[in-house]
Write a protein that binds this ligand. Structure first.
Ligand SMILES: Cc1cc2nc3c(=O)[nH]c(=O)nc-3n(C[C@H](O)[C@H](O)[C@H](O)COP(=O)(O)OP(=O)(O)OC[C@H]3O[C@@H](n4cnc5c(N)ncnc54)[C@H](O)[C@@H]3O)c2cc1C
Length: 430
């Protein structure tokens, strides 16, 4: 079994031009994931002198380790009243912002002409309790009334078999389908964006760890790295779930939510079609949620669950396969070909954030679409371009409770909380 991401095969790392560390730049972007690359690309295209630095190599982080489901959902927006608020922002405004981020990704892929296995198969949300199903149905009806239209629909228990086979009708009460959502091969998207960046004058520096940042008199920044120092007029911190001491105040505000993914051995297409006839990406409403999708030209399943565990990839792969065999007994004779881990950026309120702290631009988000969208917003702000607004500005990024840079105790506590809520059947509608 391989312990590196399936998405790295044939895609990453990318060999880039201009990999020397410059002494002086207009903007230094720290962290070569989707948010950092998105910022750097937009800035470089506008003629700004940019250096993108990554302590490993650009694309090494969550951007190339995720399931590739491009979601529109912002935490807390899938239940409750449209006029109700989340951290002071009306829910319907957050829903609109989430949709904007999703659409931004579709446009970006088209404009950059990136071949990244884009599929418009939509997403299936499985309700594991009756109340989760009813809450999702109620919310869908309210949102369709509020926004006028939506292609989303509910799938009652008797029709579940059209969406998902095997034991799903024993484990789930029904589902919701969001047919317009896309999924992608995130390795190919990362590589395509990096190739676009490499075609500009931007410096792209792998193996370059930001060790500290200091604001100089006059407002410039001195960034100390293991390869030398850079003076930058402006700095973007895009280290997300890999934030450490050098990410400054972000370190205690972004919690690294640890997740493992298994890619199965190839599955016979007829069998896969029986298991998942619509071949959609799937998530369920448990706190310790199931999240899976077909991938690799639909020859395998990618499976995620059992988060926040620091065990080896081997142990996690066995655990994840055992868990999914309850849903799909067909997996009995199918093994795990890959298992890898990655960190999502989790914030205290669960919302995506963007802002400026001590003169440093940052964003913090746990999903693909928001990372790309907010990265671009930061670039627009630096460029004083149009369209810099986002409703997400309105909520301050606060410290993550009990987190001081060492996540293990919190991993344990969160697992206990998720387990308790799951035993009490308190669902998280999605
Ligand atoms: C297993 C898994 C499954 C996921 N599935 C989905 C999904 O299906 N859909 C979805 O929307 N989202 C998903 N996500 C979340 C999504 O991948 C991330 O939210 C998204 O990639 C945002 O991060 P990013 O790409 O901007 O940063 P990352 O790709 O995490 O990049 C951060 C980078 O910063 C670098 N770095 C850190 N510190 C320093 C330093 N001091 N100096 C220099 N460089 C530094 C790191 O090396 C890293 O490359 C998933 C995440 C994981 C881990």
């Amino acid at each position: 079994m391989k312990t590196t991401s399936l998405w790295w095969e044939d895609s990453l790392p990318v060999v880039v031009d201009h990999s020397e560390l410059p002494e002086h730049v207009d903007v230094a972007v720290i962290g070569g994931g989707f948010s950092g690359i998105s910022s750097a690309l937009e800035l470089a295209r506008a003629g700004v002198k940019v250096a993108l630095i990554d302590k490993e190599w650009p694309g090494y982080g969550a951007c190339s380790r995720n399931l590739g489901l491009v979601v529109e959902r912002i935490e807390g927006t899938t239940s409750g009243e449209m006029e109700g608020d989340i951290c002071g922002i009306p829910r319907h405004k957050l829903i609109t912002e989430g949709q904007r981020a999703h659409d931004f990704v579709e446009d970006l892929i088209e404009n950059e002409r990136i071949e990244c296995g884009i599929r418009k198969r939509g997403k299936l949300v499985l309700a594991h309790t009756r109340s989760a199903y009813e809450k999702m149905a109620y919310h869908l009806e309210r949102s369709q009334k509020f926004f006028g239209s939506s292609n989303a629909y509910m799938v009652p228990h008797k029709d579940l078999g059209k969406e998902i086979g095997a034991n799903a009708d024993r484990l789930y009460f029904g589902a919701k389908v969001l047919p317009d959502l896309i999924d992608i091969n995130p390795g190919k998207l990362t590589a395509g964006l990096l190739r676009g960046l490499s075609s500009t004058e931007a410096s792209i520096c792998g193996g370059t760890e930001c060790l500290s940042m200091e604001r100089l008199r006059g407002g410039k920044f001195e960034i100390k790295t293991n390869r030398g120092n850079i003076i930058a007029e402006q700095v973007v911190v895009a280290t997300q779930g890999y934030s450490g001491v050098a990410s400054g105040s972000l370190r205690n505000k972004i919690f690294p939510f640890l997740a493992h993914v298994v890619a199965t051995d190839p599955i016979d297409p007829t069998l896969l079609n029986k298991m998942l006839p619509t071949l959609r990406g799937v998530v369920d409403t448990k706190q310790m949620f199931s999240n899976f999708r077909p991938c690799d030209r639909e020859s395998r399943l990618l499976l995620a669950s059992h988060y926040l565990r620091t065990d080896s990839e081997g142990t996690q792969a066995s655990r994840i396969m055992r868990y999914y065999r309850k849903l799909f007994p067909e997996l009995e004779n199918i093994g795990a070909a890959y298992c890898w881990k990655g960190n999502l950026a989790l914030t205290a309120d669960g919302l995506p954030h963007i802002g400026v702290d001590n003169g440093i631009h940052y964003c913090a988000t746990g999903n693909v679409s928001m990372a790309l969208y907010l990265g671009s917003k930061i670039a627009k702000r630096i460029l004083h371009a149009d369209d810099t607004e986002t409703i997400l500005d309105q909520v301050p990024l606060t410290k993550f409770p009990l987190y001081k840079g060492k996540p293990n105790l919190l991993y344990f506590l969160l697992r206990v909380i998720f387990k308790t809520l799951d035993l009490a059947k308190i669902a998280a509608p999605k």
